[in-house]
Design a protein around this ligand. Structure first.
Ligand code: CU
Length: 480
């Protein structure tokens, strides 16, 4: 949702006053210190060394946004985006919190900040009907990383619709410096349809009660951290990830393929644990994870309950650029054939086709890019180069460009046995993918448009033809 929203929502944190003693020491404090901190961005570290009075203006806004390309959802938000704005204060600050409920909204909203010591985390004090503003104050007493969320009944529905975010309370000395900080929050969406079905979707209380989400996503949208939205860093840098799990139902198992988290503050607490691989984050919990990036490449952030990653949206990328580091990672050094179970095609159920209006080529390419990002990228890589000796390249592939219709069949039915691509033989197994006709057409059209490929366009009719008549060639009339 983040990238599709109009960028008008602003979280304003203004320092409007200090204690008289502090003011005497430091002089006037600027009033217009504003922080725009929507995921994956994070506000700058606190530099002052004494507590302040911090005014926070946050607006509840109900608005329709993108859950995926071509899929809209009526989000309820803090600040117009999912997740809501990242709040960053210092331990001991007095927070004057203004929760505004936009007049065009239909629901009352409030906020429960887990950083608050007091009844409901501020929920009762902050309840505001549409067109009203509630103001309450609290001291940021304990350092840590905290979830906030709407707590208006039905609470689960307000959370499931997107009303959550993170608040960081820095210790007096601040966090240790790093090169990059990122804000990622996982959340589930329960809809009146199935994953990938285009159109305007609605909340399903039935699925929420059954804890069976159609979507599990990072930062409110399938593909928010893929392609142009990928997180970026350079070799040799240090990274701090602020990861929250809104739930509302599922615990997250946070894993970054190809990395070990060097220092982790479980549940956003104060005592670090070192050297962790997969971080368990409960609904309503958060974690701070620090790591150094030492090898260039594209790393994949997933919920390691792995079907959520590749079939429900909980996948993102960290793209690290810089010189190779063969002492840490040498890449492939040898290759042998090893087939103990034989090559078998893994099949998965075929979904109902998604009915869709006629899309422009640009729209189809965008959808294809997203399908690629959640389905193909792990093997064929972000730049289509594949993995040497294992997964053939799609970039400049003679095998692909010579016969796109053959590629339709492979995506539909899987592939086992050797293929020769650009003079090299590959003998991996590709499973039959659970994609509808539209998505197959989109992703193949996207791949054919990239990386020096032919630019050929694949239609859903061609895919349907291949699905219904796999033994036919394209010159045979399409079966009815
Ligand atoms: Cu609410």
């Amino acid at each position: 949702m983040c990238c599709s929203m109009r960028p008008t929502a602003v979280l304003l944190i203004a320092l409007i006053g200090m204690t008289p003693a502090a003011s005497a020491q430091a002089g006037p404090v600027p009033v217009d210190t504003a922080v725009l901190a929507f995921a994956p961005r994070v506000p700058l570290p606190i530099t002052r060394r004494r507590p302040a009075r911090v005014v926070v203006l946050l607006e509840a806004e109900e608005r329709v946004g993108n859950l995926d390309a071509g899929i809209e959802y009526p989000f309820w938000t803090f600040g117009g985006q999912v997740p809501g704005g990242f709040l960053r204060v210092r331990q001991g600050d007095l927070v004057e919190f203004h929760l505004r409920n936009h007049p065009a909204n239909r629901m009352p909203h409030n906020i429960d900040l887990h950083a608050v010591t007091g009844p409901g985390g501020g929920a009762a004090s902050s309840l505001a009907p549409p067109g009203r503003e509630a103001v309450f104050e609290f001291q940021a007493a304990a350092p840590g990383l905290y979830v906030y969320h709407c707590a208006t009944a039905p609470v689960g529905m307000h959370v499931a619709n997107g009303m959550y975010g993170l608040m960081l309370v820095e210790p007096p000395g601040g966090l240790r410096p790093v090169n990059r900080e990122f804000y990622v929050m996982q959340g589930e969406f329960y809809t009146d349809s199935v994953f990938g079905e285009p159109g305007l979707r609605r909340f399903s209380m039935e699925k929420a009660l059954a804890e069976r989400p159609d979507y599990v996503v990072f930062n409110g949208e399938v593909g928010a951290l893929v392609g142009p939205g990928a997180l970026t860093a350079r070799v040799g840098e240090t990274v701090r990830l602020f990861f929250g799990n809104a739930g509302p139902n599922l615990a997250a198992s946070v894993h970054l393929t190809g990395e070990v988290f060097d220092r982790v503050f479980p549940d956003g607490g104060q005592t670090p644990t070192v050297g962790l691989q997969t971080l368990s984050v409960p609904p309503g919990g958060a974690v701070i994870a620090e790591f150094a990036v030492e090898v260039p490449g594209t790393y994949t952030l997933v919920d390691h309950a792995i079907f959520r990653a590749f079939n429900k949206g909980a996948v993102g990328n960290l793209r690290v650029e810089g010189p190779a580091n063969p002492k840490i990672y040498a890449g492939r050094v040898s290759e042998e054939v090893y087939l103990i179970e034989g090559g078998v095609i893994q099949t998965m159920p075929t979904p109902a086709d998604s009915a869709a209006r006629a899309l422009t080529l640009t729209e189809r390419l965008d959808r294809g890019r997203r399908v690629y990002g959640r389905t193909c990228i792990a093997c064929h890589q972000a730049n289509g180069q594949g993995v040497p000796g294992t997964f053939p390249p799609l970039a400049g592939s003679d095998f692909l460009n010579d016969n796109p219709r053959r590629a339709i069949g492979i995506v539909l039915n899987g592939l086992t046995g050797p293929v020769v691509v650009k003079g090299t033989t590959y003998n991996a197994v590709m499973p039959a993918l659970r994609l509808g006709d539209d998505d197959i057409a989109y992703v193949l059209t996207y791949v054919l448009s990239q990386w020096g490929n032919s630019g050929a366009v694949v239609s859903r009719e061609e895919v349907r033809h291949a699905r219904l008549c796999p033994w036919c060639d394209a010159s045979v009339p399409m079966p009815r």
